[in-house]
Design a protein. Structure first.
Length: 185
């Protein structure tokens, strides 16, 4: 099987179901951004983090492939059975965040991204996740999108923020607290 098909050379691609759309189509932007997010999560997995965190991130990567499949399918024409997201997938993210929050200091300030490369990768992934969420919400205004996809992306960005804090805590790296400079009156 060749990796290239030459069918996209004129700026169009096919959705699952056969519908041809321009590569700038909102559906393509949505699942392309989810793919970008998945790559950043792979980068985080390659860092010095706990095995539990690596395993959990791999599960997230699997869910992101599920989300990508859902977003890549033409909701009106696709007859292909694709994996689906479950409410339990969202609950798993929430449970993991609850567990982490018991291990890290209470959040009292906004946190500036940074502190280590791994922490920064978590924040980059968080912002890419937020972009994927915004694009998917926009797509949902125009087309059918499973509500669980939007909820999952929302929780995932929260998880990535929480993971950044956990990594800082695990490595004894002080968080970059944002202390706003206020105008003197």
């Amino acid at each position: 099987m060749k990796i290239y098909t030459k069918t996209g050379d004129k700026g169009f691609t096919s959705l699952i179901g056969g519908t041809r759309v321009p590569k700038h189509h909102l559906r393509i932007e949505s699942y392309g951004t989810v793919d970008e997010l998945n790559s950043f999560i792979g980068l985080i997995r390659d860092q010095e983090i706990t095995q539990h965190d690596k395993d959990f991130l791999k599960e997230i990567q699997d869910r992101l492939f599920t989300i990508g499949s859902s977003l890549a399918a033409d909701p009106e024409k696709s007859k292909m059975v694709i994996p689906d997201l479950h409410t339990e997938d969202i609950e798993l993210l929430e449970t993991e965040m609850d567990t982490i929050n018991l291990q890290i200091p209470e959040l009292k300030h906004f946190i500036l991204p940074g502190g280590s490369t791994t922490i920064s990768y978590c924040h980059i992934a968080r912002t890419v996740c937020r972009r994927a969420e915004r694009l998917t919400v926009h797509l949902a205004d125009e087309s059918i999108v499973d509500d669980k996809v939007i909820i999952y992306l929302n929780r995932l960005s929260d998880y990535l923020f929480t993971l950044a804090r956990k990594v800082a805590n695990d490595h004894n790296i002080p968080e970059n607290e944002w202390i706003p400079r206020l105008k003197k009156i």
